[in-house]
Design a protein around this ligand. Structure first.
Ligand SMILES: Cc1cc2nc3c(=O)[nH]c(=O)nc-3n(C[C@H](O)[C@H](O)[C@H](O)COP(=O)(O)O)c2cc1C
Length: 353
């Protein structure tokens, strides 16, 4: 069987143009990251997890997550919480904000979240998980999806019991990251569970975990029958991985100039979105991600991290790769500026699923 990654598929009535989904990642999935993901071939992008309590209390920072740019669609906004009523309210606001899909986080392994009954522990609480899904699905008219882990304990198969029940409760698609919450990000995602889940439900399943290349994407899709793969860490500072996965072999090896231009564009977009102060801290991890892969010498990354302003970072990048200026000019002419300027948007807790 051969899978075409450029084929479109559907979540309810939302058409997703490719079989690659950009993963929700707390502290990473800002609007600049999502827009870039769409540009490089992701058929669907997702916000990081947004607290339904924060939405309920109209927390200004939380509401910052609900800003959607017109070139992100289709876009899922992910919410987390454990109270069906509050989740339904949050879903209404997410729909009003312009999300095409409301995704729910049943996968976050972080204690701060699980101790409130949200995130990964919902995989083991079938009654509450279904009550939340029913409440959310009946509150909105856009499709509602769930992203979950395999269960809490190592070796758990709880996701296989829960999956079909979530579909009965109204889930239009399921994403499985088949690691346990205990595992966090260690070991491997066991996609034999993804294959089992696919055989149990009649909605699309998205396979998340350890997909970093076209070969891995095809392997997972062929072995599981999933509708799409989700790419997370593999796309951090490496949008070219998305292009390679959807089938652009040349894109896998960008030149230094292309890398510098793309990073500068990302820096500028992020500063527009978060303001200089927040963006400056937020961006530091991205320098290593972009400049690694043997693209620039290691000490150069250290140098960038120590610079005081993002303007200095841009100047230094242009000095290291002068040819980037021309590429950047083309890039900025092609990609319209985001409509939103967001000051003070939060970087939430790390490691949400
Ligand atoms: C830094 C980081 C933040 C994450 N935040 C979220 C999140 O907010 N919501 C979620 O459902 N999953 C979150 N995840 C899990 C990813 O979406 C994905 O399922 C996981 O990283 C496995 O895929 P990968 O091997 O492609 O990275 C996060 C992962 C990382 C590394």
């Amino acid at each position: 069987m051969s899978v075409n990654l450029r084929e479109s598929w559907w979540i309810g009535d939302v058409e997703v143009p490719t079989r690659v989904v950009l993963a929700p990642m707390a502290g990473v999935s800002v609007q600049a990251f999502r827009r870039q993901g769409r540009r490089f071939g992701a058929g669907l992008v997702c916000s990081e997890m947004v607290s339904c309590a924060g939405i309920e209390h109209r927390n200004e920072r939380t509401l910052g997550y609900l800003r959607v740019s017109s070139d992100e669609h289709p876009l899922a906004i992910q919410i987390f919480g454990s109270d069906p009523h509050a989740m339904a309210e949050a879903a209404r606001m997410v729909e009003a904000a312009g999300a095409d899909v409301v995704d729910m986080n049943f996968g976050c392994p972080v204690r701060k979240v699980t101790k409130t009954g949200a995130g990964a522990c919902l995989v083991e609480d079938v009654a509450l998980a279904c009550a939340i899904t029913e409440a959310v699905a009946s509150a909105v008219s856009v499709p509602v999806t769930v992203k979950m882990r395999r269960g809490v304990e190592n070796g758990s198969r709880a996701c296989l019991e829960l999956g079909p029940r979530l579909v009965e409760a109204g889930a239009a698609a399921l994403t499985l990251h088949p690691r346990s919450a205990k595992q966090m990000y260690t070991g491997w995602a066991d996609h034999s569970l993804t294959a089992e889940l696919v055989s149990l439900v009649d909605v699309p399943v998205i396979a998340s975990g350890d997909v970093t290349s076209r070969a891995k994407a095809l392997g997972v899709l062929e072995a599981t029958g999933a509708a799409a793969v989700m790419v997370g860490r593999g796309a951090q500072g490496n949008p070219w991985a998305l292009a390679e996965i959807v089938g652009d072999a040349e894109a896998a090896q960008p030149s230094r100039e292309e890398v510098a231009a793309e990073l500068i564009h990302f820096v500028r977009e992020t500063v527009r979105e978060l303001g200089e102060h927040r963006a400056n801290g937020f961006l530091k991890k991205f320098y290593g991600w972009y400049l690694g892969h043997g693209r620039f010498p290691k000490p150069f990354k250290q140098e960038l991290v120590q610079l005081k302003t993002t303007d200095e970072v841009v100047t230094r990048l242009l000095a290291a790769a002068p040819g980037a200026a021309e590429i950047l000019e083309r890039l900025e002419a092609d990609v319209p500026e985001s409509e939103f300027v967001l000051e003070g948007m939060p970087i939430s807790i790390y490691g949400g699923g």
